[in-house]
Write a protein that binds this ligand. Structure first.
Ligand code: C2E
Ligand code: CA
Ligand code: CA
Ligand code: CA
Length: 276
Protein backbone atom coordinates (compact mmCIF):
# COMPACT_ATOMS: atom_id res chain seq x y z
CA UNK A 1 0.00 0.00 0.00
CA UNK A 2 2.63 2.48 1.04
CA UNK A 3 4.64 2.54 -2.20
CA UNK A 4 1.42 2.82 -4.18
CA UNK A 5 0.31 5.82 -2.10
CA UNK A 6 3.74 7.36 -2.54
CA UNK A 7 3.61 6.93 -6.27
CA UNK A 8 0.17 8.53 -6.43
CA UNK A 9 1.25 11.51 -4.33
CA UNK A 10 4.44 11.85 -6.38
CA UNK A 11 2.38 11.98 -9.57
CA UNK A 12 0.02 14.47 -7.96
CA UNK A 13 2.82 16.74 -6.72
CA UNK A 14 4.62 16.77 -10.05
CA UNK A 15 1.36 17.48 -11.85
CA UNK A 16 0.68 20.45 -9.59
CA UNK A 17 4.28 21.66 -10.02
CA UNK A 18 4.16 21.58 -13.79
CA UNK A 19 0.78 23.29 -13.71
CA UNK A 20 2.20 26.02 -11.45
CA UNK A 21 5.21 26.40 -13.68
CA UNK A 22 3.04 26.78 -16.73
CA UNK A 23 0.99 29.40 -14.88
CA UNK A 24 4.10 31.19 -13.78
CA UNK A 25 5.46 31.23 -17.27
CA UNK A 26 2.33 32.88 -18.65
CA UNK A 27 2.74 35.59 -16.05
CA UNK A 28 6.38 36.06 -17.04
CA UNK A 29 5.41 35.98 -20.68
CA UNK A 30 2.87 38.74 -20.14
CA UNK A 31 5.52 40.87 -18.44
CA UNK A 32 8.03 40.15 -21.16
CA UNK A 33 5.41 40.83 -23.81
CA UNK A 34 4.92 44.35 -22.46
CA UNK A 35 8.66 45.00 -22.33
CA UNK A 36 9.16 43.66 -25.87
CA UNK A 37 6.25 45.62 -27.28
CA UNK A 38 4.27 42.56 -28.33
CA UNK A 39 0.92 44.18 -27.60
CA UNK A 40 -1.04 46.31 -30.03
CA UNK A 41 -4.49 47.85 -30.00
CA UNK A 42 -7.17 47.19 -32.56
CA UNK A 43 -10.07 49.58 -32.96
CA UNK A 44 -13.57 48.52 -33.87
CA UNK A 45 -15.78 51.35 -35.17
CA UNK A 46 -19.20 51.90 -33.62
CA UNK A 47 -22.00 53.08 -35.91
CA UNK A 48 -24.33 55.84 -34.77
CA UNK A 49 -27.63 54.90 -36.44
CA UNK A 50 -29.24 58.23 -35.58
CA UNK A 51 -26.62 60.49 -37.08
CA UNK A 52 -25.74 57.81 -39.67
CA UNK A 53 -22.03 58.01 -39.15
CA UNK A 54 -19.17 56.63 -37.10
CA UNK A 55 -19.79 57.59 -33.49
CA UNK A 56 -16.67 56.12 -31.98
CA UNK A 57 -14.68 52.94 -31.57
CA UNK A 58 -13.76 50.33 -29.01
CA UNK A 59 -10.13 49.65 -28.12
CA UNK A 60 -9.35 45.91 -28.12
CA UNK A 61 -5.99 44.62 -27.01
CA UNK A 62 -4.05 42.18 -29.23
CA UNK A 63 -1.01 40.12 -28.31
CA UNK A 64 1.36 39.27 -31.15
CA UNK A 65 3.62 36.85 -29.37
CA UNK A 66 7.25 36.41 -30.31
CA UNK A 67 6.71 32.82 -31.50
CA UNK A 68 3.95 33.93 -33.85
CA UNK A 69 1.23 31.99 -32.06
CA UNK A 70 -1.54 34.40 -31.24
CA UNK A 71 -3.61 34.08 -28.09
CA UNK A 72 -7.13 35.45 -27.76
CA UNK A 73 -7.88 38.39 -25.45
CA UNK A 74 -10.44 36.31 -23.60
CA UNK A 75 -7.54 34.06 -22.55
CA UNK A 76 -4.77 36.56 -21.81
CA UNK A 77 -7.04 39.15 -20.18
CA UNK A 78 -8.38 36.47 -17.84
CA UNK A 79 -4.80 35.38 -17.11
CA UNK A 80 -3.70 38.97 -16.48
CA UNK A 81 -6.63 39.37 -14.09
CA UNK A 82 -5.85 36.25 -12.10
CA UNK A 83 -2.09 36.93 -12.05
CA UNK A 84 -2.42 40.46 -10.69
CA UNK A 85 -1.22 42.01 -13.95
CA UNK A 86 -4.40 43.58 -15.26
CA UNK A 87 -3.57 47.07 -13.95
CA UNK A 88 -0.04 47.15 -15.46
CA UNK A 89 -1.47 45.76 -18.70
CA UNK A 90 -4.21 48.40 -18.78
CA UNK A 91 -1.66 51.17 -18.13
CA UNK A 92 0.42 49.71 -20.96
CA UNK A 93 -2.71 49.85 -23.16
CA UNK A 94 -3.12 53.53 -22.22
CA UNK A 95 0.40 54.26 -23.50
CA UNK A 96 -0.37 52.51 -26.78
CA UNK A 97 -3.63 54.45 -27.10
CA UNK A 98 -1.93 57.79 -26.54
CA UNK A 99 0.65 56.98 -29.24
CA UNK A 100 -2.00 55.82 -31.76
CA UNK A 101 -4.45 58.64 -31.24
CA UNK A 102 -1.81 61.24 -32.14
CA UNK A 103 -2.27 60.20 -35.79
CA UNK A 104 -6.05 60.36 -35.84
CA UNK A 105 -8.54 62.82 -37.28
CA UNK A 106 -11.88 61.91 -35.78
CA UNK A 107 -15.46 63.12 -36.39
CA UNK A 108 -17.13 65.36 -33.77
CA UNK A 109 -18.13 63.85 -30.49
CA UNK A 110 -16.06 60.71 -31.03
CA UNK A 111 -15.97 58.30 -28.08
CA UNK A 112 -13.34 55.67 -27.54
CA UNK A 113 -14.56 52.73 -25.46
CA UNK A 114 -11.99 51.30 -23.08
CA UNK A 115 -12.48 48.03 -21.20
CA UNK A 116 -11.78 48.39 -17.50
CA UNK A 117 -11.32 45.51 -15.08
CA UNK A 118 -13.07 45.41 -11.71
CA UNK A 119 -9.78 45.37 -9.81
CA UNK A 120 -8.65 48.59 -11.46
CA UNK A 121 -11.73 50.57 -10.43
CA UNK A 122 -11.09 49.69 -6.81
CA UNK A 123 -7.49 50.86 -6.94
CA UNK A 124 -6.93 54.25 -5.29
CA UNK A 125 -5.16 55.59 -8.41
CA UNK A 126 -7.93 54.62 -10.83
CA UNK A 127 -9.52 58.03 -11.31
CA UNK A 128 -6.13 59.70 -11.79
CA UNK A 129 -5.06 57.03 -14.29
CA UNK A 130 -8.16 57.83 -16.33
CA UNK A 131 -7.63 61.59 -16.07
CA UNK A 132 -4.04 61.23 -17.20
CA UNK A 133 -5.14 59.26 -20.25
CA UNK A 134 -7.85 61.84 -21.01
CA UNK A 135 -5.28 64.62 -20.90
CA UNK A 136 -3.39 62.81 -23.66
CA UNK A 137 -6.43 62.04 -25.80
CA UNK A 138 -8.42 65.25 -25.54
CA UNK A 139 -6.05 67.41 -27.67
CA UNK A 140 -7.02 64.99 -30.48
CA UNK A 141 -10.75 65.37 -29.71
CA UNK A 142 -11.11 61.79 -28.51
CA UNK A 143 -13.43 61.33 -25.53
CA UNK A 144 -13.50 58.33 -23.27
CA UNK A 145 -16.23 55.82 -22.49
CA UNK A 146 -15.42 53.45 -19.65
CA UNK A 147 -16.72 49.96 -20.40
CA UNK A 148 -17.38 48.12 -17.17
CA UNK A 149 -18.76 44.68 -16.61
CA UNK A 150 -21.45 44.01 -14.06
CA UNK A 151 -18.84 42.43 -11.82
CA UNK A 152 -17.03 45.75 -11.46
CA UNK A 153 -20.14 47.42 -10.04
CA UNK A 154 -20.95 44.80 -7.49
CA UNK A 155 -17.71 44.86 -5.54
CA UNK A 156 -17.11 47.54 -2.94
CA UNK A 157 -20.14 49.44 -4.04
CA UNK A 158 -20.09 52.82 -2.30
CA UNK A 159 -16.44 53.50 -3.13
CA UNK A 160 -16.95 52.52 -6.77
CA UNK A 161 -20.11 54.59 -6.96
CA UNK A 162 -18.35 57.71 -5.65
CA UNK A 163 -15.52 57.38 -8.15
CA UNK A 164 -17.79 56.81 -11.10
CA UNK A 165 -20.09 59.68 -10.12
CA UNK A 166 -17.10 62.00 -9.94
CA UNK A 167 -15.67 60.85 -13.29
CA UNK A 168 -19.05 61.21 -14.95
CA UNK A 169 -19.28 64.79 -13.68
CA UNK A 170 -15.96 65.39 -15.39
CA UNK A 171 -17.43 64.27 -18.71
CA UNK A 172 -16.51 60.61 -18.94
CA UNK A 173 -19.24 58.29 -20.17
CA UNK A 174 -19.96 54.98 -18.52
CA UNK A 175 -21.18 51.82 -20.24
CA UNK A 176 -22.17 48.45 -18.84
CA UNK A 177 -20.55 45.79 -21.00
CA UNK A 178 -21.85 42.29 -21.78
CA UNK A 179 -25.13 43.18 -20.17
CA UNK A 180 -27.21 40.20 -19.13
CA UNK A 181 -24.35 37.71 -18.99
CA UNK A 182 -23.09 38.51 -15.48
CA UNK A 183 -24.68 38.41 -12.08
CA UNK A 184 -26.00 41.93 -11.93
CA UNK A 185 -28.72 42.69 -9.51
CA UNK A 186 -31.06 44.88 -11.50
CA UNK A 187 -31.13 47.43 -8.68
CA UNK A 188 -27.57 48.40 -9.57
CA UNK A 189 -28.88 49.81 -12.82
CA UNK A 190 -30.94 52.28 -10.87
CA UNK A 191 -28.30 53.38 -8.41
CA UNK A 192 -25.22 53.57 -10.63
CA UNK A 193 -24.37 56.55 -12.77
CA UNK A 194 -24.62 55.05 -16.27
CA UNK A 195 -24.89 56.26 -19.86
CA UNK A 196 -24.94 53.16 -22.06
CA UNK A 197 -25.85 49.58 -21.93
CA UNK A 198 -23.95 47.28 -24.28
CA UNK A 199 -26.14 44.39 -25.40
CA UNK A 200 -24.04 41.25 -25.52
CA UNK A 201 -23.57 39.59 -28.89
CA UNK A 202 -25.09 36.40 -27.51
CA UNK A 203 -28.49 38.13 -27.37
CA UNK A 204 -28.03 39.84 -30.72
CA UNK A 205 -27.34 36.41 -32.20
CA UNK A 206 -30.80 35.20 -31.19
CA UNK A 207 -32.38 37.47 -33.83
CA UNK A 208 -31.46 35.14 -36.67
CA UNK A 209 -31.64 31.85 -34.87
CA UNK A 210 -34.84 32.25 -32.92
CA UNK A 211 -37.35 32.96 -35.71
CA UNK A 212 -39.06 36.09 -34.44
CA UNK A 213 -38.84 35.13 -30.80
CA UNK A 214 -36.25 37.07 -28.82
CA UNK A 215 -37.76 37.52 -25.36
CA UNK A 216 -34.55 38.32 -23.47
CA UNK A 217 -33.25 40.74 -26.07
CA UNK A 218 -36.61 42.52 -26.18
CA UNK A 219 -36.68 42.74 -22.39
CA UNK A 220 -33.17 44.22 -22.24
CA UNK A 221 -34.15 46.81 -24.85
CA UNK A 222 -37.31 47.89 -23.05
CA UNK A 223 -35.47 47.93 -19.73
CA UNK A 224 -32.81 50.29 -21.01
CA UNK A 225 -35.45 52.53 -22.53
CA UNK A 226 -37.23 52.74 -19.18
CA UNK A 227 -33.94 53.57 -17.50
CA UNK A 228 -33.15 56.13 -20.23
CA UNK A 229 -29.88 54.45 -21.08
CA UNK A 230 -28.60 54.56 -24.65
CA UNK A 231 -27.91 51.17 -26.21
CA UNK A 232 -24.99 49.74 -28.12
CA UNK A 233 -25.61 46.35 -29.75
CA UNK A 234 -22.51 44.18 -30.04
CA UNK A 235 -21.71 41.57 -32.64
CA UNK A 236 -24.16 42.89 -35.24
CA UNK A 237 -23.15 40.80 -38.23
CA UNK A 238 -26.13 40.68 -40.60
CA UNK A 239 -28.56 43.10 -42.23
CA UNK A 240 -31.42 41.24 -40.56
CA UNK A 241 -29.97 41.87 -37.10
CA UNK A 242 -29.35 45.49 -37.98
CA UNK A 243 -32.93 46.02 -39.21
CA UNK A 244 -34.46 44.44 -36.16
CA UNK A 245 -32.33 46.42 -33.69
CA UNK A 246 -32.83 49.67 -35.59
CA UNK A 247 -36.58 49.07 -35.57
CA UNK A 248 -36.41 48.56 -31.79
CA UNK A 249 -34.66 51.90 -31.36
CA UNK A 250 -31.10 50.75 -30.63
CA UNK A 251 -28.95 53.82 -31.30
CA UNK A 252 -25.48 52.32 -31.74
CA UNK A 253 -24.28 49.20 -33.54
CA UNK A 254 -20.95 47.48 -33.34
CA UNK A 255 -20.10 44.36 -35.30
CA UNK A 256 -18.62 42.79 -38.40
CA UNK A 257 -21.48 44.12 -40.54
CA UNK A 258 -20.20 47.66 -40.08
CA UNK A 259 -16.49 47.04 -39.51
CA UNK A 260 -14.06 44.59 -37.97
CA UNK A 261 -11.51 45.61 -35.37
CA UNK A 262 -8.42 46.98 -37.14
CA UNK A 263 -4.96 48.33 -36.42
CA UNK A 264 -4.59 52.06 -35.83
CA UNK A 265 -3.12 52.85 -39.24
CA UNK A 266 -5.89 50.94 -41.00
CA UNK A 267 -8.48 52.72 -38.90
CA UNK A 268 -7.09 56.07 -40.01
CA UNK A 269 -7.52 55.03 -43.70
CA UNK A 270 -10.95 53.64 -42.97
CA UNK A 271 -12.12 56.98 -41.55
CA UNK A 272 -10.56 58.91 -44.44
CA UNK A 273 -12.13 56.71 -47.11
CA UNK A 274 -15.57 57.24 -45.67
CA UNK A 275 -14.98 60.97 -45.39
CA UNK A 276 -15.46 60.87 -41.61
P1 C2E B 1 -15.87 42.71 -25.41
O1 C2E B 1 -15.52 43.90 -24.60
O2 C2E B 1 -17.27 42.22 -25.33
O3 C2E B 1 -15.45 43.05 -26.90
C1 C2E B 1 -16.20 42.70 -28.04
C2 C2E B 1 -15.67 41.45 -28.67
O4 C2E B 1 -16.53 41.04 -29.73
C3 C2E B 1 -14.28 41.61 -29.31
O5 C2E B 1 -13.60 40.38 -29.13
C4 C2E B 1 -14.64 41.83 -30.78
O6 C2E B 1 -13.58 41.53 -31.66
C5 C2E B 1 -15.78 40.87 -30.93
N1 C2E B 1 -16.68 41.19 -32.05
C6 C2E B 1 -16.96 42.41 -32.55
N2 C2E B 1 -17.86 42.34 -33.54
C7 C2E B 1 -18.18 41.03 -33.68
C8 C2E B 1 -19.09 40.31 -34.55
O7 C2E B 1 -19.79 40.86 -35.41
N3 C2E B 1 -19.15 38.95 -34.38
C9 C2E B 1 -18.41 38.31 -33.44
N4 C2E B 1 -18.51 36.99 -33.33
N5 C2E B 1 -17.55 38.96 -32.61
C10 C2E B 1 -17.44 40.31 -32.73
P2 C2E B 1 -12.07 40.33 -28.69
O8 C2E B 1 -11.32 41.46 -29.32
O9 C2E B 1 -11.62 38.93 -28.93
O10 C2E B 1 -12.10 40.61 -27.13
C11 C2E B 1 -12.70 39.70 -26.26
C12 C2E B 1 -12.88 40.29 -24.89
O11 C2E B 1 -11.61 40.51 -24.25
C13 C2E B 1 -13.57 41.65 -24.88
O12 C2E B 1 -14.94 41.45 -24.99
C14 C2E B 1 -13.13 42.19 -23.54
O13 C2E B 1 -13.94 41.68 -22.51
C15 C2E B 1 -11.73 41.62 -23.41
N6 C2E B 1 -10.76 42.65 -23.78
C16 C2E B 1 -10.24 42.95 -25.00
N7 C2E B 1 -9.36 43.97 -24.90
C17 C2E B 1 -9.32 44.33 -23.59
C18 C2E B 1 -8.60 45.33 -22.84
O14 C2E B 1 -7.83 46.13 -23.37
N8 C2E B 1 -8.82 45.36 -21.48
C19 C2E B 1 -9.70 44.51 -20.87
N9 C2E B 1 -9.86 44.61 -19.54
N10 C2E B 1 -10.39 43.58 -21.55
C20 C2E B 1 -10.21 43.48 -22.89
CA1 CA C 1 -16.16 45.96 -24.28
CA1 CA D 1 -19.09 43.18 -24.62
CA1 CA E 1 -17.48 39.65 -24.31
Amino acid sequence: FLPFGLIISFIFVSFVRSWQQRKMSLKDELRKGMLNNEFAVHYQPVYDTVRERCGGAEALLRWNRAGGRSISPDVFITAAESEGLIIPLTLHLFQLLAADVRHWQVPDDFHLGINIAAEHIQHPDFADDIRRLAAQLSPHHVKITLELTERSLISNTSDVMLKLTQLRKEGFLIAIDDFGTGHCSLSYLQTFPLDYLKIDKGFVGTIESAANDTPILDTIISLSKRLKLAMVAEGVSSAEEYQYLKHCGVEYMQGYLYARPMASRQFVYWLQERGE
